[in-house]
Design a protein around this ligand. Sequence first.
Ligand SMILES: C[S@@+](CC[C@H](N)C(=O)[O-])C[C@H]1O[C@@H](n2cnc3c(N)ncnc32)[C@H](O)[C@@H]1O
Length: 238
Amino acid sequence: MNWELSKKLTARLQKIAAQVTIGHRVADIGTDHGYIPVYLLKNKISPFVIAGDINERPLKCAEDNIAFNNLSHCIETRLGNGLSILKPKEVDTIIIAGMGGLLISELLNSSKEIVQNLDTLILQPMQAQSELREYLVGNGFIIEKDILVREGRHIYEIIVAKPEERIKAIDPIYYEVGLYIYNNPRPLAMEFIDRKIKTTREIIRNIGENVSGPSAEKLKEMKKKLKKLEEVYLCLQR
Ligand SMILES: C[S@@+](CC[C@H](N)C(=O)[O-])C[C@H]1O[C@@H](n2cnc3c(N)ncnc32)[C@H](O)[C@@H]1O
């Protein structure tokens, strides 16, 4: 096995990895070789990844790859069925790639508590793609993206979905900076956020510290906004 492959993913795996939001903790369910977890860590996309598989042999393969890349401290391997290896809110994104659409929907259906607390699901079904889409739409998910990727003679389908509640529970800062800020070229997005940080600091300075009533409320609101903007900036910096 050539572990160097994990640095340069195939087109399909590359496209799947590209859907991960920077800063998200990820679980790769059915990881097999563990290429995606290694890639996400090496490229500073995720701070922490759980690599799961139901079979010992592929999990051992992933463990060897992770150890070869000195990443055992930030990629945890877990043996088990689907999402049952996870605790609620342990990760923000799950990837399930290279399995059938029916199996993927069964795995989602049998771990509802885990799934409802996720931010993003990145799914790459090999068959029964339409059944999986139908399952998602009928069970409280919003399909955000449908992506095609060519690899050799195959055209693979990648589905990016979100639990509906997560859409409603969006952090208000993303109304300010845009829901897809992380999709923009990094320097442009950082400059954009930096300008907002400077403007907010200016407003805080102008309000001053010893205020009461509506001004105190405004100060609190602006400080909260500044903290959120700084968090977005940090994520862009990673
Ligand atoms: C074809 S490989 C796909 C590997 C990788 N995700 C990819 O897309 O290249 C499928 C992997 O899923 C694992 N798998 C199958 N059923 C599973 C389940 N119910 N829970 C977790 N892993 C499973 C298999 O052991 C195998 O390693």
